[in-house]
Design a protein around this ligand. Structure first.
Ligand code: AMP
Length: 116
């Protein structure tokens, strides 16, 4: 199911370009290439060990907490602090990249829009 290295690992390695907005030792964030909202960022742990948020929650809860903290920080910088956080989990839920990532959506979101 998962490609290795994932497309996000290739972004982390600078093998493919991305509009990177944040980077630490453990987390990277960049603009989604196909934005679904005025602000659409992806927040991604650098490890591709976890395919989805459920695996991450069990395997490394503090890294999940860090991901959420980075999402909050980026939302403060990019969308005034209000945001929607989406983790598509599973193919039938729209997940296409099996390297866990949070979608941070912001900026005049319509009520009832749950992302893509
Ligand atoms: P998901 O469908 O939840 O797995 O999300 C994967 C996301 O990655 C989609 O929203 C894609 O638009 C985005 N994406 C795929 N390739 C790239 C890329 N090279 N740079 C930035 N975002 C990407």
């Amino acid at each position: 199911m998962s490609d290795s290295p994932s497309i996000f690992t290739k972004i982390i390695a600078r093998e493919i370009p991305a509009d990177i907005v944040f980077e630490s030792d453990s987390v990277i964030a960049f603009r989604d290439i196909a934005p679904q909202a005025p602000v659409h960022l992806l927040v991604v742990p650098k490890t591709e060990e976890f395919a989805n948020v459920a695996e991450l929650a069990v395997g490394n809860p503090s890294l999940l907490a860090e991901l959420v903290a980075v999402a909050q920080q980026l939302a403060m910088e990019h969308t005034g602090g209000q945001f929607r956080l989406i983790f598509n989990t599973g193919e039938n839920a729209g997940q296409t990249v099996f390297h866990v990532h949070a979608h941070v959506l912001g900026g005049n979101l319509e009520e009832g829009t749950l992302g893509h």
